[in-house]
Design a protein around this ligand. Structure first.
Ligand SMILES: Nc1ncnc2c1ncn2[C@@H]1O[C@H](COP(=O)(O)OP(=O)(O)O)[C@@H](O)[C@H]1O
Ligand SMILES: [Mg+2]
Length: 452
């Protein structure tokens, strides 16, 4: 069984078929019009008295009078030309016969002029004129042009008409297919940019062709993704909450047990540190899920140089312990609108990574400036001279729990630091990317919209 032709296919075939049919009809119509106009005046001239007039002129004034008569404008109707030929095919007016007529004229016209003594007399297509001295001439009327393309005006008109037809049909096709596809494309882009509740416009989903089907499939897919994300977030949130209370109870129980039977300090310290770490990891999961599902609420105007200088001061102790220098270079008068706590956690995660991976006696640079290409964007770069990240991992380190090596799991992070930072900056209308620094190390680039 052959599959039924689809509506979109039919519509396309219809448009293209209509275009070709329109073009062919237009071409034929103009061809017939031009040709019949030319033939009309030619036939009129043949049916008229031109031959008889010419014979009279020749009889009364001889060849010079006939030559004059032939060349006087207005004697002949438009689109018709006349040749007065002697037996050799020479025209009285001195013009050459168009080459395509020469053989034909010689066979069917000039025989009578030459008065050949032959018992074969083909039909004579032209009247004979006889001069006073007895010399015979063939009076040959021809259409001036017999093809429409002989006329530049007709050719130009035909081309313009064809172009107009093609342009109109092309515009129709573009409108019919281009607009819905463009609409769908912007929804797909919105979805891939994280606007998870984007759906195809209603007039698209209501269509009964493949585009409508595609739009409905897209909507179903978007809904599925939205549900999946929502349930994943819910699961993460529930799990973290469920883990929190037993963890708190465990901490309390250990403190109680320690009082009864003190443990060696090293072991006790390790247990407490691991419990703290677990607490921190659960807190990070909660922070990340909240960032994914809720828009930022508190918005303050922040001076970025002051904000970053406070942050750098707070991290200086940790840097000094690791013998790492911290240098802040910040342009003044750069302001952003942000939730201060969230923004701080975003920058903190990046800066702490840089300090953690920087080798002793190296420097971590924090630099802030306006984007030279776009005045409305502020760029913050945080750069270290550590081992860096291989180019193929530069994007993946922003995904939750991506760690480059097992030693990164040294109890210092939950594996969610950069994932949280990305959500924080995106929630503020910004972006965060990582690149390979020169001569070595990692440069993290953060773009934020300037407040003014
Ligand atoms: N400045 C850096 N230099 C080298 N590698 C880094 C740097 N920052 C992050 N990384 C890599 O990216 C991974 C993810 O970082 P992050 O999300 O902060 O998680 P965590 O710090 O808890 O491991 C790290 O485990 C590390 O492998
Ligand atoms: Mg980290």
């Amino acid at each position: 069984m052959t599959p039924r032709p689809s509506p979109l296919y039919l519509r396309m075939a219809l448009y293209i078929g209509a275009a070709i049919a329109g073009f062919v009809l237009l071409g034929l119509a103009s061809l017939v019009l031009v040709a019949s106009k030319q033939l009309e005046s030619y036939l009129e001239a043949r049916e008229g008295n031109l031959g008889r007039d010419a014979a009279q002129v020749l009889a009364s004034g001889g060849r010079p009078a006939l030559r004059q008569w032939m060349t006087t404008p207005g004697t002949l109707p438009d689109g018709v030309t006349v040749y007065v030929l002697d037996g050799e095919g020479r025209d009285l007016g001195g013009r050459d016969l168009p080459p395509q007529y020469v053989r034909f004229v010689d066979r069917f016209v000039l025989g009578a002029v030459r008065d050949e003594d032959d018992n074969f007399r083909p039909i004579r297509l032209a009247p004979l004129l006889v001069a006073p001295d007895g010399q015979r001439y063939a009076f040959l009327l021809l259409p001036e042009r017999i093809a429409p393309w002989g006329s530049p005006a007709a050719l130009a008109a035909l081309t313009i008409a064809a172009l107009i037809v093609i342009a109109v049909v092309a515009a129709l096709i573009a409108r019919a297919f281009g607009r819905p596809i463009g609409d769908l494309q912007s929804v797909v882009r919105a979805l891939s940019n994280g606007q998870i509740s984007s759906r195809a416009p209603a007039e698209l989903t209501a269509r009964r062709d493949e585009l409508g089907e595609l739009a409905r499939d897209f909507d179903a897919m978007a809904m599925q993704i939205e549900n999946l994300l929502a349930s994943r977030q819910q699961l993460m949130r529930d799990m973290s909450h469920e883990l929190r209370s037993p963890l708190a109870r465990l901490q309390a129980a250990i403190a109680l047990a320690e009082r009864k039977h003190p443990l060696p300090p090293a072991e006790h310290g390790r247990i407490v540190a691991e419990l703290d770490r677990m607490n921190q990891a659960i807190g990070d999961v909660l922070r990340l899920t909240r960032l994914e599902s809720e828009p930022i609420r508190s918005k303050h105007l922040l001076k970025l140089d002051v904000f970053l200088s406070d942050l750098v001061t707070d991290e200086r102790d940790e840097a000094t312990t690791r013998e790492v220098g911290l240098v802040l270079e910040s342009a003044t008068s750069l302001e952003v609108v942000a939730d201060p706590q969230l923004l701080r956690s975003g920058f903190e995660n990046v800066l702490r990574n840089a300090i953690r991976y920087a080798p002793a006696r190296s420097v971590v640079d924090v630099n802030t400036h306006r984007d030279p290409g776009n005045e409305k964007t502020i760029v913050v770069t945080i750069e270290d001279r550590g081992p860096g990240v291989p180019p193929e991992m530069l994007e993946r380190i922003f995904e939750p729990y991506t760690r480059l090596s097992a030693d990164a799991d040294d109890g210092q992070g939950s594996g969610l630091g950069l994932a949280i930072a990305r959500r924080v900056f995106e929630a503020h209308g910004g972006r965060i990317t990582a690149e390979v620094a020169e001569p070595c190390g990692l440069r993290v680039r953060i773009l934020l919209p300037a407040a003014c």
